[in-house]
Design a protein around this ligand. Structure first.
Ligand SMILES: C[S@@+](CC[C@H](N)C(=O)[O-])C[C@H]1O[C@@H](n2cnc3c(N)ncnc32)[C@H](O)[C@@H]1O
Length: 228
């Protein structure tokens, strides 16, 4: 079963931040595109994420945690007749996405909001995608985000998710330690332990498949697909 929000008795009164910015600190956001291009083999894993998708005229897809909009730009070129929506918790990064996507033939809707409280109606999208966002979410929020993504997908809609997975060797484990030191252990330990496929299953998705494992300088990026 997909666990509901737990109350952490060890928590102080300080509320958890709503989101971790793209490179942990707002001041580093300007470096994000270059860092991902080099450190996470962005072109390779985002192309593979989009490869099996099939979005024709009249279809819609949501990018959860769209960041600077690179995945939306690639998706818009590949599926020029589909409608795309990007959501992110950081209004400053959405402004960057807006500039990047200004030249797209078909306008992309950009929405400020949180993965764990999606501001969309039930069954709004044919597909959902998310790249490098879940390692920014606590375990509770990962579950909440998965429940929300399932809610806004149409029956039969597919979630395409790329994020760090369990290392297959000591080099990948050491590489991922860099991400853990930057983004913190609270949100990244589930990834080191390879728990994401189970979480997706527990939150009610079917046909959960790990379709790709891409070694990068910052750890192995896994591509997971699941059906609502
Ligand atoms: C590492 S960046 C990845 C951005 C983009 N998906 C990509 O692959 O280039 C993580 C993004 O998730 C966003 N984010 C983190 N927590 C979030 C949340 N709870 N809801 C929505 N966005 C969130 C951050 O603002 C950031 O833009």
């Amino acid at each position: 079963m997909c666990p509901m929000k737990q109350i952490d008795a060890s928590n102080s009164n300080r509320p958890a931040p709503e989101f971790i910015p793209a490179l942990r600190f707002h001041a580093l956001t300007g470096l994000f595109d270059a860092a991902v291009r080099v450190g996470v083999r962005e072109a390779t894993f985002k192309t593979r994420l989009l490869e099996p998708m099939n979005l024709g005229p009249g279809t819609s897809a949501l990018d959860v945690g769209c960041g600077t909009g690179t995945l939306l730009a690639l998706a818009g070129k590949r599926f020029p007749e589909a409608d795309f929506t990007g959501l992110d918790g950081d209004p400053a990064i959405l402004a960057r996405a807006g500039r990047k996507l200004a030249g797209q033939a078909r306008p992309v809707r950009l929405v400020a909001g949180f993965a764990n409280e999606l501001p969309f109606e039930n069954a709004s999208f044919d597909a959902a995608m998310s790249s490098l966002v879940f390692h920014h979410l606590t375990t509770d929020r990962k579950h909440a985000a998965l429940r929300e993504i399932r809610r806004v997908l149409k029956p039969g809609g597919i979630l395409h998710l790329a994020d760090y997975g369990k290392a297959r060797n000591p080099f990948e484990r050491l590489a991922f330690l860099q991400v853990q030191l930057l983004d913190g252990f609270a949100t990244t330990s589930d990834h080191a332990a390879g728990r994401l496929p189970d979480f997706i299953r527990e939150c009610g998705f079917n046909d959960v498949r790990l379709t790709d494992e891409i070694p990068t300088a910052t750890g192995v990026v896994t591509i997971l697909r699941a059906r609502r």
